[in-house]
Design a protein around this ligand. Structure first.
Ligand SMILES: CC(C)(COP(=O)(O)OP(=O)(O)OC[C@H]1O[C@@H](n2cnc3c(N)ncnc32)[C@H](O)[C@@H]1OP(=O)(O)O)[C@@H](O)C(=O)NCCC(=O)NCCS
Length: 227
């Protein structure tokens, strides 16, 4: 099966709202963006990078999906809803992968060379998730909505949160999930409280020292007077 046919097949399987392949082909922005990427990628790999960039820029304008023509995307990838998806130049994506709107497969800004993620087969990356850096998301994994993933993900995992943590592996809970949301104001109060306690301690020691010195001075004065 060629890659475009695989994309259509996966769109039909992953989107319960899709009624027919022709509907997906003519109306789905996510599908069309991948279709145009495949043309752009051909030009990119045949030393016509400017044409590739022009196609890719047009696709970004039209569908709001930014796929670098240098990315390597296997057949059978579907972007559902699509808008706001960014796929960087050195990204590698396997088959049967589902991306939702707002997904970024990007760099951390600190790496050069291969600086975007590798997504293995049968992965789902939920809406708004950011997968950053030259990391690998293992096959058959799920990335939760809104997660920020900056470390390798082992196969068959569910990752959620910021930073992303593995909460399930092979469908078994890993107990790494901490649903505690930090409260910066409360944390600042706690920090100030500690500083006040330390200052009070220091002041108490100082005042003790001062009173000892005063007592000593008074004693010396008294002995002088006695003499
Ligand atoms: C991660 C997800 C794919 C579920 O995967 P799963 O393997 O079935 O995991 P579970 O639902 O069993 O959740 C595991 C734990 O992670 C938590 N969790 C799930 N998704 C989460 C998220 N996005 N952020 C934070 N925690 C999340 C659950 O509350 C659960 O914790 P609990 O057991 O303490 O209640 C799903 O929750 C998700 O994020 N779906 C979004 C899909 C999407 O983008 N849809 C857009 C359509 S337009």
């Amino acid at each position: 099966m060629n890659k475009i046919a695989m994309d259509l097949q996966v769109a039909m399987e992953k989107d319960p709202a899709a009624r027919s392949k022709s509907e997906v082909f003519f109306t789905y922005g996510g599908f069309k963006a991948i279709f145009r990427y495949r043309i752009a990628h051909w030009f990119y790999t045949h030393h016509m990078k400017t044409i590739a960039t022009i196609i890719s820029a047009g696709s970004r304008r039209k569908y709001g999906i930014d796929i670098h023509p240098g990315a390597q995307i296997a057949g059978g990838v579907f972007i559902d809803h699509g808008v706001g998806v960014v796929i960087g130049e050195t990204t590698i994506i396997g088959s049967n992968v589902l991306l939702y709107q707002g997904v970024t497969l990007g760099g951390t800004g600190k790496e050069t060379g291969k600086r975007h993620p590798t997504i293995e087969d049968n992965v789902m990356i939920s809406s708004g998730a950011k997968v950053l850096g030259n990391i690998t998301v293992g096959h058959d994994s799920k990335i939760g909505a809104g997660s920020v993933v900056i470390r390798d993900v082992p196969p068959h995992s569910t990752v959620v949160g910021v930073p992303g943590r593995v909460v399930k592996q092979n469908n078994i809970r890993t107990n790494e999930l901490d649903q505690h949301l930090p409260d910066p104001i409360l944390e600042e109060f706690a920090r100030l409280n500690k500083r006040i306690e330390k200052l009070e301690e220091a002041l108490h020691i100082q005042s003790c020292k001062y009173s000892i010195v005063m007592e000593n001075e008074e004693n010396i004065e008294e002995t002088k007077e006695d003499k």
